[in-house]
Design a protein around this ligand. Structure first.
Ligand SMILES: Cc1cc2nc3c(=O)[nH]c(=O)nc-3n(C[C@H](O)[C@H](O)[C@H](O)COP(=O)(O)OP(=O)(O)OC[C@H]3O[C@@H](n4cnc5c(N)ncnc54)[C@H](O)[C@@H]3O)c2cc1C
Length: 431
């Protein structure tokens, strides 16, 4: 393939496809290269797809995209060994247009999304690995692939190759990922008849529920677990930072087994059949880990640029939004025939003005704080469970006395000053 393209996009996840689609729609000649058998064949996600950023690329996508269920309830569990403190929100407004979020299975969704790009004129090549960027006089001018005669040239190359972007690393944009900047998550898709899901999660037709689980789900380590409802399957997964996993000598599949057999979780899965087992890394370094995202003839988007807000489990939306912003910078660069770093930095500026970097900056110290102070997960979660158990057990103790006992339960064990210090530190990390 000796012809030159306006844009080459490496990767056909949400970031790459959002970028390829937007560039092709504006008339640019776009090549998208994906290593998998088809887009989505290798991709993993807990499953929450955000309406807002998807709709900004394909209006009213819910009328045709392969979605599972609109999410009408989000629950949060602070789980101990045999109990859980829960809170959340259920709103029927989320079950109607324009909806809020949806559960999806990535294989059909990514395939559908990439096909929308093809319909705009994107040339999509699957089963092809980009092995390196071709650089000439400090400018990226194309990519080398694992095909015979596999060099292909373009004005701009967009790296949307996911969390461990070897291509961005080769260009010197980022160093080796650190163990505390990346989480390893194992998940399973469990088939369960629709009626059972509806009964167990208190749902009706075309209503979905998500549960985020903290505390004993990770055996008290920094990390989370999730349980999401699909049409006739459940997605269950659990992960912690690699550093926590190494420190606590955890194995991802052991943790997933522990979660599936937990007395709070097992009844929801009972009778289900395991359909798929997956594991993947999530970039969780946040604000401090965002690398250089624009160079001469090259842009980095999505997970490759570490754009994940782990606290709110937002990644696919940041991938799509960054892909669209990159495309807009490329369209402008094409108009001006200027693909220099200064010109493409328009993308960086848009990114830093957007919710993406603002949100990552808000939580810039959170991961570090919770990783270095494990008491939030392994002390306070059990203490909250004990407090709630005490408060709601009717045993003839006057309520005022109960309140006193609960406060004493927190401060007596750790000391008032330490509890105040922990509260202040946590507030500062997420404020
Ligand atoms: C277990 C888990 C649960 C998650 N849950 C959620 C959630 O509920 N909601 C949410 O919004 N986000 C979630 N995320 C994060 C979300 O999945 C990512 O943020 C999102 O997929 C990033 O999209 P991307 O396009 O940047 O990268 P990816 O989706 O990883 O896509 C990268 C693509 O590039 C291809 N590729 C890589 N290298 C090459 C190469 N050299 N040549 C050619 N192709 C290549 C890959 O095959 C892949 O198709 C979760 C992630 C995990 C792992």
């Amino acid at each position: 393939m000796s012809e030159k393209f306006d844009v080459i996009v490496v990767g056909a996840g949400p970031a790459g496809t959002a970028c390829a689609y937007t560039c092709a729609k504006s008339g640019l000649k776009v090549l998208q290269i994906e290593r998998g058998e088809y887009p989505g064949s290798k991709n993993v996600m807990g499953g929450v797809l955000y309406r807002k950023q998807t709709e900004e690329i394909i209006p009213e996508f819910w009328k045709e995209a392969p979605l599972e269920r609109p999410i009408i309830e989000q629950r949060f569990w602070m789980m101990d060994k045999e109990s859980t403190v829960t809170f959340g929100y259920k709103g029927l407004e989320w079950g109607k247009e324009p909806y809020n979020n949806f559960t999806v299975l990535r294989a059909p969704f990514d395939r559908w999304f990439a096909q929308k790009g093809v319909e705009q004129g994107v040339l999509l090549i699957n089963e092809t690995v980009v092995t390196e960027c071709i650089v000439e006089n400090g400018k990226v001018i194309g990519v080398r692939t694992d095909r015979p005669d596999g060099d292909i040239f373009a004005d701009v190359v967009v790296l949307a190759d996911g969390v461990n972007s070897l291509l961005a690393k080769d260009l010197g944009f980022h160093k080796e990922l650190k163990a505390d900047e990346v989480a390893l998550t194992a998940m399973e898709v469990i088939n369960l008849p629709k009626d059972k899901i509806n009964d167990r999660f208190n749902l009706e037709e075309n209503q979905g529920c998500t549960i985020e689980i903290f505390g004993d789900s990770t055996k008290g380590n920094l990390g989370t677990a999730f349980l999401y409802t699909n049409k006739d399957s459940l997605n269950i997964g659990v992960g912690t930072t690699l550093s926590s996993m190494i420190k606590a000598k955890l194995k991802p599949y052991d943790l997933l087994d522990y979660l599936k057999n937990h007395p709070m979780v097992a009844p929801l899965l009972a009778g289900g059949e395991s359909a798929e087992y997956l594991a993947h890394l999530i970039p969780e370094g946040g604000f401090h880990a965002v690398p250089k995202v624009a160079g001469s003839g090259v842009l980095v988007i999505g997970d490759a640029a570490q754009l994940v807000n782990a606290i709110h489990r937002e990644g696919s939306n940041m991938a799509m939004a960054s892909g669209k912003m990159a495309a807009e910078a490329i369209i402008k660069a094409n108009e001006n025939e200027d693909y220099s770093e200064a010109s493409l930095n328009r993308y960086r500026e848009a990114l830093y003005e957007s919710f993406i970097i603002k949100d990552l900056e808000k939580y810039k110290d959170a991961a570090h704080t919770f990783e270095h102070h494990p008491q939030y997960f392994n002390d306070y979660v059990p203490m909250m469970n004990q407090a709630m158990s005490k408060f709601f057990t009717v045993d003839g103790t006057p309520k005022k006395e109960k309140q006193k006992q609960i406060i004493k339960g927190f401060t007596g064990e750790k000391g008032t000053f330490n509890v105040m210090k922990d509260l202040y530190r946590a507030w500062k990390a997420v404020k």
